[in-house]
Design a protein around this ligand. Structure first.
Ligand code: AMP
Length: 432
């Protein structure tokens, strides 16, 4: 049967990946570092289902958005329900928050998990990718927006990224949005027919999205259109200024980009995007903004962002900032010479592990030479060698693999020495 299957059928679906060792250590580093930072900002984790009603995404992201129109993995289940794999995390989080009602008034939630979009796979665009996102449920406030952007900068720095750029803009209040849409239509009307097909559609459905078009011709045509703030209230502009001032106070530089548009419909007031110079054409690490949604008849307001973890990894690799030691190597490898020693070492291995010492040994009864090779391959800091002589003398040979030094130790001294290595490894690992 296996022989009949093409080897390609052993691969994941195109645009999706297995994540395994040693790469998975980097994912664990990103996640554990993030969890610590998020705890310091008083966020708690929310885990929502990967599948939701299609309607939830249509309603919250907006029917006219690319994600809803072209990119969702939607299907009908056996009960005839219309469901979709989540293309992003905010809609599910908002469903949860709306269900909690008053109890979720000031909720600070984060999520980490896979998202699904049936895009054409290319560098930086995957069909299954992973986002870390936060949702801070709150009424509009420049301080909350600034804090959320500061959190994002904090996360990037904690992971070792510095060469990022934060662009920020405002969508104003819904009344502003209506004036902006009208203003844009008026500004574009004379050359509307020269825009791409998507933009022709956007002209009616969502004119703001024209500013976001990637087609060079559209970019050229739209380059001279006035900034969206032209059509906004003084209040909307002041709110943006306040966010920038708060961030200046925290020494977090941001660039105001009056043409920045976020693709999803639920945004109002502050929106931002973070890009990284080390990434190629798909250079966005993350996007965020303030939103107001009505879900199940309930209004939810908040501010949040979602970061693409594959992009964070690509940026770390591009600038050579992937941490070298992610604590994956064992502290100790045990080597046994003879059957009696094997049984001793086997027991010792378990008692090491009970003390938090990462260790391993060959369990197939191979030669000492083969065991030493395995010890080398494992990258362990120490090797503990034992044979009949050592058993008789009540000692263990402890060899430091890098330094090549060796000493005979009794059990308490052996434990102390390797435990120190384990503790140092754990401390390094948790430092992030
Ligand atoms: P969005 O929800 O579209 O604002 O995306 C937020 C972030 O998720 C982006 O800035 C990217 O870092 C990441 N992202 C979005 N779509 C993809 C994709 N198809 N593949 C990989 N990362 C993505």
């Amino acid at each position: 049967l296996i022989a009949l299957m093409a080897s390609s059928s052993l691969q994941p679906i195109q645009g999706m990946s297995d994540i395994s060792a040693p790469d998975v250590a980097l994912w664990q580093f990103l996640e554990s570092t993030a969890r610590r930072v998020l705890r310091d900002y008083a966020y708690t984790e929310l885990r929502t289902p990967v599948v939701e009603r299609t309607e939830l995404f249509q309603r919250s992201l907006g029917d006219a958005t690319d994600v809803v129109q072209k990119e969702m993995y939607s299907f009908e289940d056996r009960g005839g329900r219309h469901l979709s794999l989540r293309p992003e995390g905010t809609a599910g989080a908002m469903r949860y928050v709306a269900a909690q009602g008053q109890d979720a008034q000031d909720a600070r939630l984060f999520y980490i998990g896979p998202m699904f979009r049936s895009e054409r796979p290319q560098a930086g665009r995957r069909r299954q990718f992973h986002q870390l996102g936060v949702e801070c449920i709150s009424t509009p406030s420049a301080a909350v927006d600034a804090e959320t952007i500061a959190l994002q900068a904090h996360l990037l720095r904690a992971w070792g990224l510095t060469d990022y750029r934060i662009e920020i803009n405002t969508r104003g209040e819904p009344e502003d949005a209506a004036r902006v849409a009208a203003g844009l239509r008026e500004a574009v009307a004379s050359f509307r027919s020269e825009l791409c097909e998507d933009c022709q559609r956007r002209f009616d459905a969502n004119p703001l999205r024209m500013l976001d078009c990637k087609q060079p011709r559209c970019r050229e045509l739209l380059a001279d259109v006035a900034p969206v703030t032209t059509w906004m209230s003084a209040e909307a502009r002041r709110c943006l200024d306040d966010v920038v001032t708060f961030l200046e106070g925290l020494e977090i530089p941001v660039d105001v980009n009056p043409r920045l548009v976020r693709g999803l419909d639920y945004y109002m007031h502050t929106v931002w995007e973070v890009t990284h110079t080390g990434l190629g054409a798909q250079d966005a690490l993350s996007g965020g903004g303030r939103y107001r949604l009505t879900i199940g008849g309930r209004d939810v307001e908040g501010v949040g962002f979602a970061m693409g973890l594959e992009r964070v990894i690509a940026a770390l690799q591009a600038v050579g900032a992937v941490p070298a030691d992610l604590g994956e190597r064992p502290d100790v490898w045990l080597v046994a010479h003879g059957e009696a020693a094997f049984a001793h070492q086997f027991r010792l291995m378990q008692s090491f592990r009970q003390r938090g010492i990462a260790c391993g040994m060959d369990l197939q009864g191979r030669s000492v030479k083969a065991q030493m090779k395995a010890a080398n391959r494992s990258g362990a800091t120490w090797v503990v060698i034992r044979g009949d002589d050592e058993i008789e003398q009540g000692v263990f040979q402890l060899k430091h693999m890098e330094e090549g030094t060796q000493q005979a130790l009794e059990l308490p001294a052996l434990m102390d020495t390797v435990k120190q290595t384990a503790q140092q490894r754990a401390a390094r690992h948790h430092l992030g």
